[in-house]
Design a protein around this ligand. Structure first.
Ligand code: AMO
Length: 460
C-alpha cells in the first residue's frame, strides 16, 4: 500500500478509491450515533486535516481507536473515498489503524485541541509546531528559504558561506557575543589560554567577508545565522536570527534596488503559489489583509524617498512641534511606523542617510554628508532590509575608519580589496524573520523562528 501525505490528497494527486497508507497525529475525534469514529488527521504536510472513518468492526476499535485523544500518533491503511455527506470532501475509510504513540495524561497535553494564545505556545516551543498556526508559518518559512536559494541558482549567483566565528565586528559597532574555549578564565584574557590566540565573537554580519568574494566571483550571497547581543527586548529583535546577505560587483545603489525588488517578488509569488491554503488560514485567524497586500506587493513598485524627505514628512505630519525631528536624527520604530503604516501605507525605501548614523563601509555621497544606502521598511514590521553601495575608494574608506576610531589594523584585509583592483560594488542584508512576519502577519518575531533566543531566554 502506497504511503502518501495529506497534501497530495488535497492537491488531487491520489485517485478516488485508491488504497493508501497515511501517518499522522490526531487533531480531533468524535463518535457518531452509529458508532462510527471520525478522526481529523494531521500530518504537517498541509494545513487541512483528513477525515479518517473507523467502524466498530475493526479489531482494535474498542481496545484502542475509541481511546485515541488529540496528539496521539497513528498509522492508517484505508480506502480514499468521497464523503457520503459532502461529495466535495474526501475521507479515508479505515481497513487497519495502528497506534504509534499515545498521549500520556491527555488532560495535561499542552497542545490540546482548544485555541491557545501565542504566549502559551511559546512555553512549548518543542510542541507548538503541531498547531495549525505554527505549522503554517513553518511551511512558509521553509518555502521562503528555499525560494531564495532557487532564485540565486537560476540567476547565476554563487553561495558563499561566511564564517560564524569571527574576530571582526562587521558593523563596526554594536554588542557581540564572545566565543570562549573551555579553558578560558573570565578576567584572565590570556592569549595562550584562548583557543584562537585573540578575542573572537559570533558574527553580526557576513557582509565584509562576502565582499571579498563579490570582488572576485561577482555575484554572491550568504544565508546563515547572525548573532547580536543588543539590549532590545522588542517584538522584532532576536539575539539569533537568519540573514540573507547579497553582494554584487559592478553595481551601484539604484541597480541594487532593482535586484531587491526582483528577489522579493519572486519569493512572495512563490509563497502565494505554494502556500495559498496556509495564507488563507492566516488571513482568517491573524490578519485579513495579508493575501491582498502580498498580491499588491508583487504587482507594484516599492516607493522610494530620501532620508531628508522622510524627516520633512515627519516634521510636517507626525508631530509638528517636536524639536527632536531634525536632519541627523535616527528614525525610531514610531517614526518608521508612522511612515509606512499611516503615511504611505505601503513598503518604503529610504535612501541616503546621514553618514553619522551608518557604518564605516557605506559609500560617501558627493555632498560629503550622506551615504549611498537604503533601508526598506514594511508595514507592521519596520525595517526588513538594510543595504548600501560600499565605499570602494581607499582614501575615503580610511578616512571613515579613522573618524569612527576603528582599529585600522583589524581591517587590513578589507582595505586590501580596495588596494588591489577595487570595483564599485553594492549589497544588502535581509532579516528572514522580519520578512516572514510581513508575509504571515504575525506580530511577534518569537513566533516565526522555531526556538527563539532573546534576552533571558535560550530555552530548548
Ligand atoms: P542591518 O544591521 O541593518 O544591516 O541588518 C540587516 C537586517 O537584519 C535584520 N535584523 C534583525 N532581525 C532580527 N533581530 C535583530 N536583532 C535584527 N537586527 C537586524 C533586519 C535588518 O534590516 N551588513 C548590513 C547589511 C548590508 O548593508 O548588507 C547589516 O547587517 O531585517
Amino acid at each position: 500500500m502506497k504511503l502518501t501525505n495529506i497534501k497530495d490528497i488535497f492537491k488531487n494527486k491520489i485517485s478516488i478509491d485508491s488504497l493508501i497508507k497515511i501517518n499522522g497525529w490526531v487533531k480531533n475525534k468524535r463518535i457518531s450515533k452509529s458508532n462510527l469514529i471520525f478522526i481529523d488527521l494531521y500530518d504537517g504536510s498541509f494545513i487541512n486535516t483528513l477525515q479518517i472513518v473507523s467502524n466498530n468492526k475493526l479489531l482494535n476499535y474498542y481496545t484502542e481507536i475509541i481511546k485515541l485523544t488529540t496528539g496521539c500518533s497513528i498509522s492508517v491503511k484505508g480506502k480514499l473515498i468521497k464523503s457520503f455527506k459532502d461529495k466535495e470532501k474526501l475521507e479515508l475509510h479505515v481497513l487497519e489503524l495502528n497506534v504509534l504513540g499515545w498521549v500520556k495524561n491527555p488532560n495535561f497535553y499542552p497542545i490540546s485541541s482548544k485555541k491557545h494564545t501565542m504566549e502559551h505556545l511559546r512555553k512549548f516551543s518543542h510542541l507548538r509546531s503541531r498547531t495549525n498556526i505554527i505549522g503554517a508559518i513553518s511551511r512558509i518559512r521553509s518555502v521562503v528559504f528555499q525560494g531564495f536559494h532557487n532564485y540565486f541558482y537560476k540567476n547565476g549567483y554563487y553561495w558563499v558561506p561566511s564564517p560564524i566565528i569571527t574576530s571582526i565586528n562587521s558593523e563596526g559597532a554594536g554588542e557581540m557575543f564572545s566565543v570562549l574555549n573551555e579553558n578560558f578564565k573570565e578576567n584572565n584574557i590570556d592569549k595562550n589560554n584562548n583557543f584562537f590566540g585573540k578575542k573572537v565573537f559570533l558574527t553580526v554580519s557576513g557582509q565584509l567577508t562576502i565582499e571579498s568574494y563579490a570582488c572576485s566571483i561577482s555575484k554572491v550571497y550568504t544565508f546563515g545565522p547572525i548573532f547580536r547581543a543588543e539590549n532590545s527586548n522588542t517584538t522584532r529583535h532576536l539575539s539569533e536570527f537568519w540573514m540573507l546577505e547579497v553582494e554584487l560587483a559592478f553595481l551601484n545603489l539604484n541597480k541594487i534596488i532593482h535586484v531587491i525588488e526582483k528577489i522579493l517578488k519572486y519569493v512572495i509569488s512563490l509563497v502565494l503559489k505554494n502556500n495559498y491554503e496556509d495564507l488563507l488560514f492566516l488571513k482568517k485567524n491573524i490578519n485579513e489583509n495579508i493575501i491582498f497586500r502580498l498580491k499588491k506587493f508583487v504587482s507594484s513598485k516599492i516607493k522610494k524617498i530620501n532620508y531628508v524627505d522622510a524627516v520633512k514628512i515627519l516634521k510636517e505630519n507626525y508631530n509638528f512641534n517636536d524639536n527632536s525631528i531634525f536632519f541627523g536624527m535616527d528614525l525610531n520604530s514610531d517614526h518608521e511606523k508612522f511612515l509606512v503604516d499611516k503615511y504611505f501605507k505601503a513598503p518604503l525605501i529610504i535612501l541616503n542617510y546621514p553618514k553619522e548614523l551608518k557604518p564605516f563601509y557605506m559609500r560617501i555621497n558627493d555632498d560629503n554628508k550622506t551615504v549611498s544606502n537604503l533601508d526598506i521598511l514594511f508595514p507592521g514590521v519596520g525595517e526588513i532590509i538594510g543595504g548600501s553601495q560600499r565605499e570602494e575608494r581607499i582614501k575615503y574608506l580610511e578616512k571613515r575608519i579613522l573618524e569612527l576610531k576603528l582599529n585600522k589594523k583589524h581591517y587590513k584585509w578589507y582595505r586590501d580589496l580596495r588596494n588591489y583592483g577595487t570595483v564599485p560594488h553594492s549589497g544588502f542584508g535581509l532579516g528572514l524573520e522580519r520578512l516572514i512576519m510581513y508575509i504571515t502577519g504575525i506580530k511577534n518575531i518569537k513566533d516565526v523562528i522555531p526556538f527563539p533566543r532573546t534576552i533571558k531566554n535560550a530555552d530548548f
